[in-house]
Design a protein around this ligand. Structure first.
Ligand SMILES: Cc1cc2nc3c(=O)[nH]c(=O)nc-3n(C[C@H](O)[C@H](O)[C@H](O)COP(=O)(O)O)c2cc1C
Length: 377
């Protein structure tokens, strides 16, 4: 039989097969809360030992006015002005937890990781980020995350940390396409009706965006965050947003959302980058340091020093109450560098804060500074 005759005779069967494949593929695209987000949306990046349970609550409170977790509404006029654009008054539109080891979650050491998965209703929608190179562990950990009530599961495929990479996880998965797909598919199995997303980079040693994105898209994740640098580049070169634009083009029609990430300064910068690249969303990381007001688009004036210090003190007490027994107080020092920055006497103040050992000491140091330098606020 000639090839032509074969195709004609089997056409109905081929059509049914293609139709079924399409059906099955479309069914696998679980979008969950992602489908309800505004465009472009703005997400808070996962940052280990930074965006912990305490800091996320502070961010929700000072960036999400008039919503659960946020302060009461700001002036009606401000809300109106903002909502005229059809958006909520505050953000972020999505929260991420710090990354959590899926291997650890399915081990006997699980309890020790639960503080990294603590969240409040005010942080919804919230995505739990997991890392592993083991598909079985990912499947089981995804089930645990689902039971904990998260809105989504994100897989870390971009972390350059040597201890993570040694396990074959994080950015190391960019070098092992097959395993990366197996890990995502396992997460999708364990996640049930929860959407699964991936956060990654444009390559390992070199830019392999095209091949890598195609591999990822085959697994039908709800969203892919593209940190627009390779693993080798770490954060040492400017993020290449033209690669985000390429990713958007490649993902067109797949249903998977593309989130751009890297060096975004503030909401205005995020909006500009979304417009320029067509990204569905933008993720902001380091810009949140010392600035939990970052996602409050209704804010027209920068916080005063007194406001900043009040929040720094509140943040420190919350950290001590929620995480004091489980995390080192040294973690808070990163935040002090950012809160106490850009005014006369900041350097001396930072030095004093670096020596503080608890929230009480931080409060005393900060209040005394304000008392003795009244002209600054
Ligand atoms: C202190 C720190 C911790 C981070 N931890 C994580 C993490 O747990 N998971 C992750 O996917 N990315 C992590 N990242 C990367 C950020 O999510 C983000 O991709 C990167 O900082 C670039 O975005 P930015 O320029 O807006 O900061 C971390 C970055 C920093 C600075």
């Amino acid at each position: 039989m000639s090839a032509g005759a074969y195709i004609v005779l089997n056409l109905p069967l081929i059509c049914v097969r293609v139709f079924l494949m399409k059906e099955i593929n479309t069914e696998k695209l679980v979008m969950g809360f992602w489908a309800k987000l505004p465009k472009p949306f703005f997400a808070l990046a996962p940052m280990a030992d930074v965006t912990d349970a305490a800091f996320r609550r502070i961010i929700a409170k000072y960036s999400r006015h008039g919503e659960p977790g946020g302060l009461p509404e700001p002036s009606e006029a401000l809300v109106h002005a903002h909502l005229a654009g059809g958006r909520r008054a505050g953000g972020p539109d999505v929260f991420w937890t710090e990354f959590v080891s899926a291997d650890g979650l399915v081990s006997r050491g699980r309890e020790a990781l639960m503080h990294d998965l603590a969240y409040t209703e005010g942080e919804r929608p919230i995505v739990a980020q997991l890392f592993t190179a083991n598909p079985d562990h990912m499947r089981e950990a995804a089930r645990i995350v689902r039971e904990l009530g998260f809105d989504g599961i994100d897989i870390n495929m971009g972390c350059p940390d040597k201890t993570i990479e040694k396990q074959g996880a994080g950015a190391a998965l960019i070098k092992d396409f097959k395993r990366a797909q197996a890990v995502i598919r396992a997460a999708e199995e364990g996640a049930g009706n929860l959407p699964v997303s991936v956060k990654t980079r444009i390559g390992y040693n070199t830019n392999v965006l095209e091949e890598w994105l195609e591999v990822l898209l085959e697994t039908k994740p709800a969203a892919i965050t593209m940190h627009a640098r390779t693993r080798k580049e770490l954060s040492l070169v400017p993020a290449r947003w033209e690669e985000v634009a390429r990713a958007v083009k490649m993902a067109k029609g797949s249903g998977t959302l593309i989130i751009g990430n890297g060096d975004v300064r503030d909401l205005a910068d995020a909006r500009e980058k979304a417009l320029a690249t067509g990204a569905d969303g933008v993720m902001l990381g380091r810009a949140i340091f010392g600035n939990p007001w970052l996602f409050d688009a209704t804010r027209t004036t920068p916080p005063t020093l007194a406001e900043k210090f009040d929040v720094m003190i509140e943040h420190t007490h919350l950290f001590e109450n929620l995480l004091g027994g489980v995390k080192s107080f040294a973690i808070m020092k990163k935040h002090y560098k950012a809160y106490a920055h850009g005014f006369d006497g900041a350097k001396e103040l930072r030095m004093r804060l670096m020596d503080a050992e608890n929230a009480g000491m931080v409060e005393r140091i900060a209040r005394e500074f304000l008392r003795t330098a009244p002209n600054i606020a």
